[in-house]
Write a protein that binds this ligand. Structure first.
Ligand code: NAD
Length: 322
């Protein structure tokens, strides 16, 4: 039986990744600084550890007999734009420490295959209509936020260990990921979850507040597709960073319309000042397509699965507070 360590298993994407690895027949250890908020871990073993500490990384990476076949590193101090712009020092300090200690110790302990979750935040801003950007065009670098700079640095740590210590490393640059069992309130939620929550909270005909003018262009990848991309990339021979994202690009206003349609509500938008991030995105997926991967959930299909879950959380929260 193959063994896998999933770091960040108390979080959104890792929670789904653990389920996928279990389906594939792996023995899985999950590690996180906190337990999963919404679902019990599907991992065979879950350890609550702070991965900023090198000795905790060693503990996480060590099996009583033999070593892990695969390590998936998704632990990060992260959140949506609001968090990214208000917690720059936490991101630069905490996520960098996790990646420095995990990569170093994974290599030292002879882990054969190591996955690192990077982000398209490593790229510069784009103008609407610009041709697709390839992975190589992240350099010369000009990310819009510190989260992107930390990811770029941690990609380079992983690649340095791959070059110098012989560890096989796979690096994905995720576009925005969404789906059930992800953070939906509290300040770390990302745009799709925040918009689903706001729509669920208002009556038909209500108004929701949206940061910025609503014209920023993004693509949103449903979590099952993202996990499939991670799995395929990990088992491919693709070296260097690889973009993973749904090629369907929409404005924030269009995202609100999609959620409103699924919720069967007429929604007005009040645009307010807030951290918006970059204006536009358009990335090449040619590298991940060579693994046979493609996005199977168009935005509407993904929102159809996500909105009811967030609506149920909102209702449960209301009941609990009454
Ligand atoms: P998440 O916040 O749900 O999961 C990250 C997990 O890391 C959390 O459970 C958190 O508790 C854990 N963590 C933080 N500090 C830790 C520490 N010191 N020790 C141990 N665990 C710690 O985020 P997610 O959306 O599941 O993202 C997973 C990975 O994918 C992250 O690296 C993130 O940067 C990257 N990513 C996500 C997206 C997205 O849209 N969700 C986009 C691009 C990249």
């Amino acid at each position: 039986m193959k063994t896998a360590l999933v770091c960040g298993a108390g979080g959104f994407i890792s929670g789904h990744l653990v389920k996928r690895l279990k389906k594939e027949g792996y023995w899985v250890r999950g590690v996180d600084i906190k337990k999963h908020e919404f679902a019990p871990s599907a991992a065979d073993e879950f350890r609550q550890l702070d991965l900023r500490e090198p000795e905790n990384c060693v503990q996480a990476l060590t099996l009583p007999d033999g070593k892990f076949d695969e390590v998936y590193q998704l632990a990060a101090d992260m959140g949506g734009m609001g968090f990214i712009h208000s917690a720059e020092c936490d991101i630069m300090h905490n996520s960098a420490l996790i990646n420095i200690h995990l990569t170093h110790n994974a290599s030292r302990l002879g882990i054969p295959r190591y996955f690192f979750s990077s982000s398209v935040c490593v790229y510069r801003d784009m103008q609407p209509g610009e041709p697709e950007m390839t992975e190589a065009q992240a350099i010369p670098a000009n990310p819009d936020n510190e989260y992107g700079w930390e990811k770029l640095y941690s990609e380079r740590i992983a690649m340095a260990y791959a070059r110098n210590q012989g560890m096989t490393v796979r690096i994905a640059r995720f576009q925005n990921c969404y789906g059930p069992e992800g953070t939906w309130r509290g300040g770390r939620e990302k745009a799709p979850a925040a918009i689903c929550r706001k729509v669920a909270e208002v009556e038909d005909g209500g108004t929701i507040e949206v940061w910025g003018d609503g014209t920023a262009i993004r693509s949103y990848t449903y979590v099952d597709d993202m996990v499939d991309g991670i799995y395929r990339l990990m088992h491919s021979d693709l070296e260097g960073a690889v973009n993973i994202g749904n090629p369907e690009y929409v404005s924030v206003n269009e995202l609100v319309s999609a959620v409103a349609e699924i919720a069967h509500k007429r929604i007005d938008i009040r645009h307010i000042k807030g951290p918006v991030g970059v204006q536009s995105r358009n990335f090449s997926n040619e590298r991940i397509y060579t693994t046979g991967w493609k996005a199977t959930f168009p935005l509407m299909a993904g929102i159809e699965k996500t909105y009811p879950w967030i609506e149920a959380q909102v209702k449960a929260m209301k009941v609990a507070s009454n």
